[in-house]
Design a protein around this ligand. Structure first.
Ligand SMILES: *[C@@H]1O[C@H](CO)[C@@H](O)[C@H](O)[C@H]1NC(C)=O
Ligand SMILES: *[C@@H]1O[C@H](CO)[C@@H](O)[C@H](O)[C@H]1NC(C)=O
Length: 320
């Protein structure tokens, strides 16, 4: 952290633990690119995180929240509900984590499938207000992308409830998902990105952010850098991580596969991007040794929540 103050490097180590079928992987997120573009006066780095609220993302979020807030300040979390968790559950999960971390100040917005009509009209606020299944433009239910996600032994509820650990473990604060009042992902993005230079982390599908870029090109100048967890570049076979669809598509990576058009939009935005592909995550697997060591050193509530989540995900993947 000292190095940060010297303005030499910007190194964010965001450890995200991904649940990939039977494989768990560690995800190392780092960059020194563009470090000197940020002046010391520019601190803290304002961060907007877009997540699908899978277990790995919860661990990444906790890691981010543990950083020195005067240096790295998560200001907003937007949720895409077209990949993994469903809208209401995902919002509550994030609210509970933020409450535990005493960060009820962080704005939370939710978006769903995102919609672009056949005639090219972009529907900016899709998602959040209704269950996906009730959205007129939804692809849920028959979407070949989303169907690649496995449902847990408890059905979608396992994904939505983080295997029940959320309610069993996390304290509940005052914020709750209310479909009529919940800000949309687009509202939150417009609000926070309008406020000044910001760094965007995309760790689910790129849907929300792609819709933002297409609808608000004048705000692109405020986005300093985009970090995307997605894709695979030079991985050896087997390369991809499509849970249930691995046999028929061994190459695809879930976050890109979940919304290829959105990924295309983001990649072609012209904003500097650092991609953290499967290559990086595969290089730091969660080994038995790591797991056992972690089990012995749960000194904080955050660590306990992470360990329990990891254990539940592991048990589910072994039994499922
Ligand atoms: C957090 O960062 C600020 C600003 O760089 C610094 O003054 C403060 O000492 C840091 N706090 C801790 C606990 O490291
Ligand atoms: C596109 O289609 C939608 C839904 O049918 C319609 O409401 C909208 O007016 C159309 N837009 C244009 C530009 O034709």
């Amino acid at each position: 952290m000292r190095m940060l103050l010297q303005g030499k490097f910007w190194v964010v180590v965001l450890i995200i633990i991904g649940v990939v079928g039977a494989n768990l992987y560690y995800f190392l997120f780092y960059s020194s690119a563009g470090a000197n573009l940020y002046s010391i006066e520019g601190l803290p780095y304002r961060i907007l995180l877009d997540t699908d609220v899978d277990t790995d993302d919860l661990l990444g979020l906790l890691y981010l929240l543990k950083l020195n807030r005067s240096e790295f300040n998560v200001e907003a979390i937007t949720i895409n509900a077209n990949g993994w968790s469903d809208a209401g559950h995902a919002v509550n999960q994030i609210y509970d984590i933020l409450y535990m971390m005493d960060r009820d100040d962080i704005a939370v917005g939710v978006g769903g499938n995102g919609g672009i009509l056949e005639n090219g009209t972009i529907l900016p606020n899709v998602g959040g207000y209704l269950p996906l299944i009730e959205q007129g433009y939804t692809t849920a239910g028959h979407c070949r992308y989303r169907q690649a996600n496995p449902v847990g032994r408890g059905g979608r509820l396992d994904l939505d409830a983080n295997f029940g650990i959320r309610k069993a473990f996390l304290p509940q604060g005052r914020r709750n998902y209310n479909p009529l009042w919940q800000p949309t992902a687009q509202q939150v993005m417009i609000d926070r990105i309008s406020a000044g230079p910001i760094t965007v982390l995309l760790i689910g599908t790129c849907t929300n952010f792609a819709i933002f870029l297409m609808s608000n090109p004048h705000l692109m100048k405020n986005i300093k850098h985009i970090y995307i967890m997605g894709g695979g570049v030079r991985t050896k076979n087997p390369t991809g991580n499509l849970f249930t669809d691995f046999a028929s598509n061994p190459y695809a990576e879930s976050n890109i596969f979940g919304d290829p058009f959105a990924a295309y939009q983001v990649f072609h935005s012209g904003i500097p991007i650092t991609l953290i592909p499967l290559d990086a995550t595969n290089s730091i697997p969660i080994s038995k040794n790591f797991f056992n060591t972690f089990e012995q050193s749960q000194n904080t509530y955050e660590a306990q929540y992470c360990f329990q989540s990891l254990k539940a995900a592991r048990d589910a993947s072994q039994l499922g």
